[in-house]
Design a binder for this molecule. Structure first.
Ligand SMILES: Cc1cc2nc3c(=O)[nH]c(=O)nc-3n(C[C@H](O)[C@H](O)[C@H](O)COP(=O)(O)O)c2cc1C
Length: 320
């Protein structure tokens, strides 16, 4: 899947002049609106492998649990037309390993780090929110209410406005950090859950997580992924994700992180026009690890050519 020819393009040296690229979302100051989708970048601490992580506006590392967890059985990923079918299942270190290893790496970065967390129960989420908050190294916490590949947690909250509201209310009581609720692309529950998390005190919403999906091997006539059910991400889901961002921009007042199939600067503009104040690069990181800095470069050029002084002017521009 990795396209090596894309790694050779030169990225322009950043200059101080030019359009304003900085955005503020939920009180988090980002020098540009680009971040990465949790779980799609920087595995095993390899954050600076292709470019400086500090060139992005914020970093969202892989979701963590409060305890060690092996994740789902292999195979976990399967490439499909215009996307990726996956079921990783949030493997996680225990808390002690997280603070002695991962947190130290994250702490050294000079950019806002938004840690994503998940639990099987409300108590597990809240305990982890409090512990992460007490570390004092994060700019915000993303509560993953939408992992499609778990038997417990995630969608138990993300499909249910009452459960989501209760959870965010409790999380709100144990942290002063910005709380970002990451929601599922579920047509029937999305608006209700979004309004519920806003009412409960969430500071922002990020959407979309990958929708549930399945691939069956025509030869064996059995599901391809070890977990049988997985997710679909990448370009295949982009129009659906843009629609959901557009819908939520009208339905809630809190700001939005948009994602789902973003691969270049044109997709960034699309999501921002739909209403996202910041955007995340996800599956594309597996195809072209340089996609984010390339898009940043192209975005600046686009704004200059269009005589737009401030990238914030793009936000919501698709609405009447
Ligand atoms: C292999 C893989 C692992 C992921 N892991 C997480 C995760 O740990 N936490 C999370 O909130 N989202 C996770 N996601 C979802 C992405 O962050 C993103 O929301 C989704 O894939 C849509 O964006 P994309 O189409 O650009 O990938 C994962 C996606 C993939 C493909």
């Amino acid at each position: 899947m990795l396209d090596n020819t894309l790694l050779t393009r030169e990225i322009a040296v950043p200059t101080l002049s030019g359009p304003n690229m900085a955005v503020e979302i939920a009180g988090i100051k980002m020098k540009n609106p680009l971040t990465v989708g949790s779980g799609t970048y920087g595995h095993h601490g390899n954050f600076n492998q292709f470019y400086s992580v500090e060139s992005m506006g914020a970093l969202v590392p892989k979701t963590i649990r409060n305890y060690q967890w092996p994740g789902n059985p292999a195979p976990r990923v399967h490439e499909v037309v215009a996307g990726l079918h996956s079921s990783v299942g949030i493997p996680s270190n225990d808390w002690e390993t997280f603070i002695s290893k991962d947190a130290k790496i994250l702490q050294a970065f000079n950019l806002p780090v938004i840690q994503s967390v998940i639990g099987r129960t409300e108590d597990e989420y809240v305990e982890l929110v409090e512990k992460c908050s007490d570390l004092g190294i994060f700019a915000g916490l993303e509560l993953n209410l939408s992992c499609p590949n778990l038997k417990q947690g995630g969608l138990d909250f993300g499909y249910d406005p009452i459960a989501a509201e209760r959870l965010i209310k409790r999380a709100r009581r144990v942290t002063n950090l910005p709380i970002i609720a990451k929601l599922a692309p579920d047509y029937s529950s999305l608006l209700g859950v979004a309004k519920a998390v806003e009412a409960a005190g969430a500071d922002a919403i990020s959407l979309v997580n990958a929708p549930r999906a399945m691939c069956i091997d025509y030869k064996t006539r059995r599901p391809i992924i070890g977990n049988q059910i997985g997710a679909l991400s990448g370009a295949a889901i982009k129009p659906m994700a843009v629609y959901m961002v557009w819908q939520l921009y009208r339905a809630v007042k809190i700001p939005l992180f948009g994602m789902g199939g973003i691969s270049d600067y044109r997709d960034v503009i699309e999501f921002m026009a739909a209403g996202a104040r910041a955007v995340a690069f996800g599956t594309i990181n597996y195809v072209n690890p340089m996609a984010l800095p390339m898009a940043l470069d192209d975005l600046k050029r686009y704004l200059e050519e269009e005589n737009i002084d401030d990238i914030n002017d793009l936000v919501g521009s698709a609405h009447d």
